[in-house]
Design a protein around this ligand. Structure first.
Ligand SMILES: Cc1cc2nc3c(=O)[nH]c(=O)nc-3n(C[C@H](O)[C@H](O)[C@H](O)COP(=O)(O)O)c2cc1C
Length: 219
């Protein structure tokens, strides 16, 4: 498939999309309140089912809290690995380190989602099929907000990484983060000035992503 090009805004957007990398090492420079506001401004314009905007954010800057969060993740990773044991336990060590890298970032944005199952339970049988379908879309919508936040960080010259590995310790992290118990933790996003410029991991060609009958995709 030839390179899709239509110039102007599309080229700029594609450059942003392609240039964004998961950054896991950060310089010890602070991230301004203004930049954090800009990240949330980008995130809040994501689409969501019936415009429910199910995303919530907790911003963690204090070293002490980040360390407690990292310790909780390390402990949960140790417990999970030990429960399997053997080669899996050894093989998990490098991944565990990836789950803990958020501690080094000056800011960690925790992304939370309003819990659809609670809402569904409250509404019970009164829920229409449409409403049920919309609730099922809440989590993907939070993912859209996360992508917007990551792209905004990249556009501001900041590095960031979408991390779900730390969710191994979700109950402990929720306790440390605070906020209403009806919010589920979806991801931790460490943000800071990048101390690395990672190579782009390869992507599948668009041709390989097309499924279904030939002729239904782009020409
Ligand atoms: C849902 C999700 C969870 C992820 N969890 C982690 C994680 O826990 N730790 C980590 O270092 N990277 C994590 N990543 C980042 C991926 O490893 C990364 O996006 C992928 O390797 C492609 O690299 P790129 O983002 O630089 O293009 C996660 C990404 C996504 C979308």
């Amino acid at each position: 498939m030839s390179e899709p090009r239509s110039g102007g805004a599309y080229d700029e957007l594609l450059a942003l999309l392609r240039g964004r990398r998961s950054v896991r090492r950060f310089l010890p420079e602070p991230v301004s309140e203004e930049d954090v506001r800009r990240l949330l401004e980008a995130a809040r314009w994501a689409p969501s089912p019936t415009n429910r905007q199910p995303w919530r954010f907790a911003v963690v800057r204090e070293t002490e809290r980040k360390t407690r969060m990292r310790e909780a993740v390390a402990e949960a990773a140790r417990t999970a690995a030990a429960s399997v044991g053997g080669m899996v336990e050894e093989g998990m060590a490098p991944y565990a380190a990836m789950f803990e890298a958020f501690e080094q970032a000056p800011v960690v944005v925790a992304v939370l989602a309003r819990r659809p199952s609670r809402v569904a339970a409250r509404l019970g049988a009164g829920l229409s099929d449409t409403e049920r379908a919309a609730l099922a879309g809440d989590l993907p919508a939070v993912g859209a907000a996360i992508q917007s936040l990551l792209l905004a960080a990249h556009a501001l010259g900041l590095g960031a990484c979408w991390m779900s590995g730390p969710l191994l310790a979700a109950p402990d992290l929720r306790a440390i983060l605070g906020g209403p118990p009806t919010l589920d933790l979806v991801a931790l996003i460490p943000v800071g000035r990048p101390a690395e410029t990672p190579e782009a991991p390869p992507r599948r060609d668009a041709e390989q992503l097309l499924v279904g009958r030939k002729g239904t995709g782009p020409a």
